[in-house]
Write a protein that binds this ligand. Sequence first.
Ligand code: PBG
Length: 328
Amino acid sequence: MSFPSRRPRRLRQSPAVRRLVAQTSINPHQLILPAFVREGATENIAISSMPGVVQHSRDSLKAEAARAAEAGLGGIMLFGVPATRDAVGSGATDPEGILNLAITDVKAEVGDELLVMGDVCLDEFTDHGHCGVLAADGSVDNDATLAIYAEMAVAQARAGADVLGPSGMMDGQVGVIRAALDQAGFQDTLVMAYSAKYASAFYGPFREAVDSQLVGDRRTYQMDPANRREAVLEVELDLEEGADMVMVKPAMAYMDILADVAAISPVPVAAYQISGEFAMIEAAAANGWIDRKASILESVLGLRRAGADQVLTYWSLEIAQWLKEGTA
Ligand code: PBG
């Protein structure tokens, strides 16, 4: 019988030792809360597939943003749910569109205490639900969409957004947005590019969250889940085009991508823990199959370990609360 002289368990023997050697942690400043605001809503509307997440009224969104600032979060990423939609997503570029109004509301509420971020994408605003406008043959027209993204980005910057998140996966979107911002005098507005964004089944609950009208799928523009190398190309292109930060999305089924991107990116890397990932953990926890709090914390810690500098998560406020209480 031989006994080991190398004993990795020595470093796990007590909370004090484990604390000393923990390599990864979660900091509220690095969490970003995605939030939905619904045009015309006078009260919050529950999203059944995302327990605890709501479509906010404008007033309620302001209160949520104040809570996010108070909790020391890094940012709030806003998504609009417009009352009407059309083929070109007019509500996205209209200064009176719900997302632009909400950006102004939130910025007035939180000032410099919290970064206000806007989703730059047309899917919430188009009646067909695609992230871009359609060509005559029904395909998503890349270059026609770019012109609208440029306008949408400037509208959001004018409304007061600190950070823009282009999420439509059109080729060249970061470049046109950067150029349009610079030309309009918004040199300091940041671009957090959804660089490696995959055509995922896990977006399911988000469709309910924004009342999406989409028929079909996004596979001609979002990335194929089968592909890994392509993520590096998408990141490199976004960096050449001027992205200040890059993102991988979804998160948990794409941690190899996150690690790849973290290994090569000279700029901060974010991961978006999306609606379906949220829903899975909530559903399993509601059934008593997993420990909710431990699973949430482990899921976010895992993303940090894989290389995410920032994490977008619907649990941002709750996690910040646990960290503050010292119960995380
Ligand atoms: C596009 C966008 C989507 C999400 C964030 N931005 C939807 C999509 O690409 O289908 C999904 C976020 C989530 O599922 O939590 N506007």
